[in-house]
Ligand binder design. Structure first.
Ligand SMILES: [Zn+2]
Length: 130
């Protein structure tokens, strides 16, 4: 899924915030250029006390073909909000940041896959009812 506008990204974010139980968070999405992201395709900064987060997503026109699933990047960054405290472990244990990224990426893939399957089933069921 590609977001062409911030509004599209923000609407998708609200959808995922509800599923991931982050609906009481104020999450702001911004679509940014490559030079603003230091070589990554998405980033998040968050404050758990204020329950605010800012997610930066690389603009669609600057993404490589294999990174085109912006919804997946969004879910990945939202899961970072839940696991922010793990960063304390990252300072203490070598490679725990890699383990955190692996866990988040596995969960992202599973959640997105399940969601898309469910949406597909709902579309088929709706079509059969008509
Ligand atoms: Zn990550």
């Amino acid at each position: 899924m590609i977001f062409n506008t911030v509004e599209e990204a923000q609407a998708n974010c609200r959808y995922w915030q509800e599923i991931l139980r982050l609906q009481d968070w104020d999450v702001i999405i911004e679509l940014v250029h490559h030079h603003e992201l230091n070589g990554v395709i998405a980033a998040v900064s968050s404050n758990e006390y204020l329950k605010v987060a800012r997610i930066s997503l690389l603009r669609a026109e600057e993404l490589r073909k294999e990174d085109m699933d912006m919804e997946s990047s969004l879910v990945h960054e939202l899961l970072h909000v839940h696991t922010k405290d793990w960063e304390i472990l990252n300072r203490k244990y070598e490679h725990s940041d890699v383990l955190q990224e692996q866990a988040i990426e596995s969960l992202t893939k599973a959640i997105i896959k399940l969601n898309r399957k469910t949406v597909k089933i709902c579309v088929v069921n709706d079509a059969l009812r008509q």
